[in-house]
Ligand binder design. Structure first.
Ligand code: ADP
Length: 498
């Protein structure tokens, strides 16, 4: 009987591997952090060989610890990070340019000035931004001598991290990217599910270097013989892949239109399933392929809040009113409300739906009676208010109701914040037992192909709730506070002078 799936979770700061059983439980974990390379201010790189080596070691460790037979391998990865390598030797021609890297901002300004914005949004669901892979590929081809010619001759291959790992695992046999990752390149038409000639021309990218776009749950290849430490995996199918946020949406069991997940990490990442037709946002959210299985494609709206858990870190490191992140909860719970204090955590401006780079943080409503407990509570509320703003934008863009918000990420352990979130959104907030939703999503995609799980229903069954928070406060009270928040955001917007 097929029972175990290996999930490779290649993140921005560490490479991890987790073996899941059919019940969705974690059997074993391997994890290796690795080096961030900062060649200059605003630039971020990784060594692709180190990405592979740490991921290989993590897989070896997880498989060894589990001591079970692996039926399938799924992959999830930091998205947009760009790698170009030599097809023959397998050697990267430059370091991986990481999603956070802003070096191509000027290229983006140039594209916007030339009026490409509408074309890019219409075809890719994205806005022109240095995050996405397209301009990173252009930068490498512009800066590594001879690389453009070599790419044109078919000697070089491009891939995001899942492409690179699948290529390595299959011994160079499979050069593929799944649709969810392809959606983040700014080169991929999310309507036709094909690379877009016009966009490739716009950036001077030879199309022969691009990987073949493939579904999220299908056979990409099998693990090749002779990979050191992974001998026992030779012949195992690599058959599931999705970018980290999409994998989390899948792992949270958000299979229905209007089901959404939010990850409360340093920032917050929200995705909502909008069904089989892409929805165009009018609030600065992006549209992306969530997954495509058996020829049926599901789309999502995506948005992010820049400062989520980082607000709690600021209480600890900036204000010094707590010694560790978990202490925020008893401190905030020690008062019944924030005493009218509102904290707008616009430390680095505000993202969707406000999009104000000139906004800065604001602490409003302070009186002589304000204590650190009120500020701690206002911090948790400020995170939940921002997520509410974004989810309301999603509700209106997609013109649908959100039935339940599934949550994960380090700060989702705060019971108080989850209760506040439910009170604001007026829907249940569900926290799963296994919080490794990203890794589980990749395992589920692979296991669905391999027959470990027969259907989405079986995957849902493997997803168990740890706790569900229901709205408790009267709606009118929550709304009154939310209106106060909106006034506070108005004060924070446009704060620094242009
Ligand atoms: P990332 O993946 O972005 O590094 P994590 O998902 O690991 O983030 O979450 C880390 C965040 O969670 C930190 O910003 C921290 O402030 C917050 N956090 C950690 N523990 C708690 C807790 N017990 N209550 C509230 N927030 C917490």
């Amino acid at each position: 009987m097929k029972e175990y799936v290996l999930s490779l979770d290649q993140g921005t700061t560490s490479s991890r591997a987790i073996v899941f059983n059919k019940s969705g439980e974690i059997v074993s974990v391997g994890q290796y952090p690795y080096e961030q390379i900062y060649p200059q201010s605003g630039w971020v790189e990784h060594d692709p060989e180190v990405i592979w080596e740490t991921e290989r070691m993590a897989a070896e460790e997880a498989v060894k610890k589990a001591g079970v037979e692996i039926s399938a391998i799924g992959i999830t990865n930091q998205r947009e990070t760009t790698i170009i390598w030599d097809k023959e030797t397998g050697k990267p021609i430059y370091n991986a340019i990481v999603w956070q890297c802003r070096r191509t901002a000027a290229i983006c300004d140039m594209l916007s000035a030339k009026g490409y914005g509408e074309t890019v949004t219409e075809k890719t669901g994205l806005m022109i931004d240095a995050y996405f892979s397209g301009t990173k590929i252009k930068w490498i081809l512009d800066h590594v001598p001879g690389s453009y010619e070599r790419a044109k001759n078919g000697e070089l291959l491009f891939g995001t991290v899942e492409t690179w790992l699948i290529w390595k695992l299959t011994g160079g046999k499979a050069h593929v990217t799944d649709y969810s990752n392809a959606s983040r390149t700014m080169l991929f038409n999310i309507h036709t599910l094909e690379w877009d000639e016009e966009l490739c021309e716009m950036l001077g990218i030879p199309m022969c270097m691009l990987p073949k776009p493939v579904g999220n749950s299908e056979l990409y290849g099998v693990v090749s013989e002779g990979i050191p430490g992974l001998e026992s995996l030779a012949g195992v199918p690599v058959c599931g892949s999705a970018g980290d946020q999409q994998a989390a949406l899948f792992g949270q069991g958000c299979f229905e239109i209007g089901s959404a997940k939010n990850t409360y990490g340093t920032g917050c990442f929200t995705l909502m399933n909008v069904g089989e037709e892409p929805v165009r946002s009018h609030s600065g959210l992006v549209t992306t392929v969530a997954w495509s299985i058996g020829g049926k494609t599901t789309y999502a709206l995506e948005g992010s809040v820049f400062n989520g858990g980082s607000t709690i870190q600021w209480l600890r490191d900036g204000l010094g009113i707590i010694d560790s992140a978990p202490e925020v909860n008893p401190l905030a719970e020690s008062v019944p409300d924030s005493g009218g204090v509102i904290l707008v955590p616009a430390f680095t401006g505000l993202g969707a739906p406000h999009w104000d780079m000139y906004a800065r943080g604001a602490l409003l409503g302070i009186t002589r009676g304000t204590t650190k407990a009120h500020i701690a509570r206002a911090a948790l509320e400020g995170i939940a208010y921002q997520v509410t703003d974004m989810m309301n934008a999603m509700r209106s863009d997609a013109d649908c109701e959100i039935a339940v918000l599934h949550v994960d990420g380090g700060a989702s352990v705060s019971n108080l914040m989850m209760q506040i979130q439910s009170d604001l959104l007026r829907i249940p907030v569900e926290r799963p037992k296994v919080v490794e939703t990203t890794a589980f999503g990749a395992a589920a995609l692979a296991g669905l192909y391999a027959g470990v799980w027969e259907s989405l229903d079986e995957i849902s069954a493997a997803h168990e709730s740890e706790r569900i928070f229901y709205p408790e406060r009267p709606a009118a009270d929550a709304e009154k506070d939310y209106n106060q928040w909106k006034r506070a955001v108005g004060r924070a917007c446009g704060w620094i002078e242009k």
